[in-house]
Write a protein that binds this ligand. Structure first.
Ligand code: C5P
Length: 218
């Protein structure tokens, strides 16, 4: 790759799942290893960027020379991103944020009772869409992990969330996606698109960062 293409750029990356507490022993979460976000943070740092990584609970260790902020819930992630967003040139939202969170966190363990039960959930705030609405918004990249209609859903998210770029990948296929060390990406922006074929997430991360640097200059 080309060292230094992100020299001095400030970049904020979200990674991993979020964890939404139901009671002291239970939570709702999304399937996400955090590998893609951590690979992006590591590679961006190597390309000369000043990196802030806001991460949900993962088993990966914090990348060297990266300002890593650990959070738990979608609300915590929103607050941490808002706290660090000023002055950022680029934001990449690689986190699998919970779309819904329990309306009430029960203080005591919920007891087993009826055959059927219901959970009351409300929507979480969309972090990347909130960033893309800011007046001094950074170049904003989102991810779309889909099991069907990849292009259609990705283009819809690009527009609806007012993103500068979206990186879409299939999940639930034989290769790539969750937990995997490899992935493939279909990247879309307003007037273009690019395909990155199946490769390890480290290489994929630098390919995506090179494209971001190009689009940033364009
Ligand atoms: O709508 P969906 O969750 O599929 O969109 C995925 C993209 O939006 C990802 O980039 C994800 O990190 C971001 N997102 C977010 N805040 C949310 C939900 C999703 O930043 N509450």
């Amino acid at each position: 790759s080309s060292p230094g293409i992100l020299q001095g750029k400030k970049i904020l990356i979200t990674a991993g799942p979020t964890r939404e507490r139901l009671d002291p022993v239970r939570y709702i979460t999304n399937r996400s290893s955090g590998k893609m976000g951590y690979a992006l943070a590591e590679q961006a740092q190597k390309l000369g960027a000043l990196v802030t990584l806001v991460s949900g609970p993962v088993t990966l260790s914090a990348p060297e020379y990266v300002n890593t902020v650990l959070v738990e819930s979608a609300a915590d992630m929103y607050d941490a991103v808002m706290k660090h967003i000023a002055g950022q040139d680029i934001m990449i939202a690689a986190a699998a944020v919970a779309d819904y969170t329990p309306v009430h966190v029960q203080e005591e363990k919920i007891k087993k009772q009826n055959e059927q039960t219901e959970l009351h959930l409300h929507k979480t705030k969309d972090i990347v869409a909130s960033i893309a609405r800011l007046k001094n918004k950074p170049f904003t990249i989102g991810f779309a992990a889909e099991t069907q209609h990849l292009e259609q859903y990705a283009l819809d998210k690009l527009q609806r969330k007012k993103l500068d770029m979206i990186a879409a990948n299939w999940v639930g296929q034989v290769e790539g996606g969750f937990d995997s060390a490899v992935n493939a990406l279909q990247v879309y922006w307003k007037n273009g698109q690019k395909t990155f074929t199946m490769t390890d997430k480290t290489r994929l991360a630098s390919q995506l960062l090179v494209l971001i640097a190009e689009r940033l200059d364009a």
